[in-house]
Ligand binder design. Structure first.
Ligand code: NI
Length: 255
């Protein structure tokens, strides 16, 4: 039997799901959704992510500090992430961590310190990283090459050349709704050139809904539209793509 959808990057603790979270989760089985990695972005969402993971068998947790969420953070928060990752069985990754030079609120120097320290934490704990890179390709790639952590470049927005560099480190490429957008160009080339064995499917929900739901609230069931598009590019069925990418995710996160 084929595996179902593994959404390797979701934010179900977001308030956009407050009104119908339980109903949505209950609907997933019939919609082919099998596994979800919920990614925390700060200490509060580490708590809510763990609550979701501990209440729902099919949800796993990533614990980390997102570059947009560290304006008032102290480095001691990374110690809290470490404690949680050591104590909680469902924590399978350090994330969402990385660099965001699009939002200019948090100084780059601070982002770089938190990113590097969390990569080192992941290496110490032998956990994969889930990396956010927005308009920070060069600095992100430099740190990835320096430490070669296990992990995934989530919502990959770099070039095919950059993807090649990422693959050399052993990391995976995360692909979501952007693949279906009408103006998609770079990501089409990336999807074409990266072997299917190195691709993870993801939503980043509630954001990044694929066509034909672009601009609406995203959820893991809509990954089928991304898989369908990726299947067209790879010459595979939607089901094969979902099956292989599920296996890729289980391998990386040891689920
Ligand atoms: Ni995210």
């Amino acid at each position: 039997m084929m595996n179902g959808i593994f959404d390797t990057h979701a934010h179900y603790d977001d308030e956009q799901f407050d009104s119908d979270r339980a109903e949505l989760f209950a609907s997933f089985k019939n919609k082919g959704v099998e596994l979800i990695m919920n990614c925390a972005t700060n200490l509060n969402s580490v708590k809510s992510t763990l609550a979701l993971a501990n209440e729902n068998d099919f949800i796993y947790a990533a614990a980390g500090l997102h570059p947009e969420d560290i304006l008032d953070s102290e480095e001691s928060e990374i110690e809290v992430i470490k404690r949680v990752a050591l104590e909680e069985k469902k924590v399978k990754a350090i994330g969402e961590i990385g660099l965001d030079y699009y939002w200019k609120e948090v100084p780059r120097e601070k982002q770089l310190i938190f990113f590097e320290k969390q990569i080192l934490l992941a290496k110490e704990l032998d956990l994969p990283v889930i990396v956010h890179d927005r308009e920070a390709h060069e600095d992100t790639l430099n740190l990835i090459k320096k430490y070669a952590p296990k992990g995934v470049m989530h919502c990959f927005s770099g070039s095919a050349e950059m993807a090649k560099e990422v693959l050399k480190t052993g990391m995976y490429i995360g692909i979501g709704g952007a693949l279906t957008f009408k103006n998609a160009k770079k990501i089409l080339k990336v999807a074409d050139e990266v072997p299917i064995e190195k691709i993870l499917l993801e939503t980043d929900c509630p954001y990044m809904a694929p066509v034909p739901f672009r601009g609406k609230r995203n959820d893991s069931s809509l990954i089928k539209y991304v898989a369908e598009r990726l299947g067209e590019i790879k010459g595979m069925s939607e089901e094969e793509v979902i099956d292989i990418c599920n296996k890729n995710g289980r391998k990386l996160f040891e689920i």
